[in-house]
Design a protein around this ligand. Structure first.
Ligand SMILES: Nc1ncnc2c1ncn2[C@@H]1O[C@H](COP(=O)(O)OP(=O)(O)OP(=O)(O)O)[C@@H](O)[C@H]1O
Ligand SMILES: [Mg+2]
Length: 165
């Protein structure tokens, strides 16, 4: 399924390190304005993937789930920003709208955990991933691209994973 479909990609992770490595490959490809949505149950590995994304994107900041604020900002030497939004505790779409995600996207790339909670306010074009718990150290990650930018992003991600560079 994944190799033949330009809009989808499936990855089987056997460890947190492998998930972080996949995240690093993805993070290295992110540009300002990119939106990445990570859906999956508690402990599926969303934050673990974001740790890799932030590292591959180039930050030296520590990545933890946003707790006191809903959105964390990670910085890079070139003053680029990567935003990390955890929608788990968002109670209403109104609250999510007030965060003004477009404003974040105008300034950098944005990764969202629990995106399904705020789906109605998200741009249609995005990269969406479903993370699924298989066993203690195994997770399935399915990526789906909507829009040309994300199809190309996913294509590149697949190339770096299968090409091994
Ligand atoms: N293959 C794997 N990929 C990712 N995490 C894994 C894997 N195997 C085991 N784990 C462990 O599962 C846990 C995943 O936690 P993580 O915080 O990333 O999940 P989450 O999806 O962000 O959960 P939450 O909804 O609570 O934010 C970590 O303790 C991690 O070490
Ligand atoms: Mg998390």
């Amino acid at each position: 399924m994944p190799i033949l479909d330009a809009h989808a990609f499936e990855f089987f992770s056997r460890s947190p390190e492998q998930t972080r490595r996949l995240g690093m490959r993805l993070g290295a490809l992110l540009q300002p304005g990119d939106l990445v949505c990570l859906q999956g149950e508690l402990g599926a590995g969303k934050t673990t993937l974001v740790q890799g994304v932030a590292q591959g994107w180039g930050t030296l900041d520590d990545v933890a789930s946003p707790t006191f604020v809903l959105v964390n900002a990670y910085r890079r030497a070139d003053s680029g920003q990567l935003f990390h939004f955890d929608a788990y505790r968002v109670d209403s779409l109104g609250e999510a709208e007030e965060l003004d995600l477009d404003n974040y996207l105008a300034q950098g790339a944005l990764v969202i955990e629990w995106p399904e909670r705020v789906e109605p306010i998200l741009p249609i074009e995005r990269l969406w991933a479903w993370l699924e718990y298989e066993s203690e150290e195994h997770r399935t990650m399915r990526f789906s691209a909507s829009g040309e930018r994300y199809e190309s992003l996913l294509d590149h991600l697949r190339q770096t994973v299968y090409g091994g560079d």
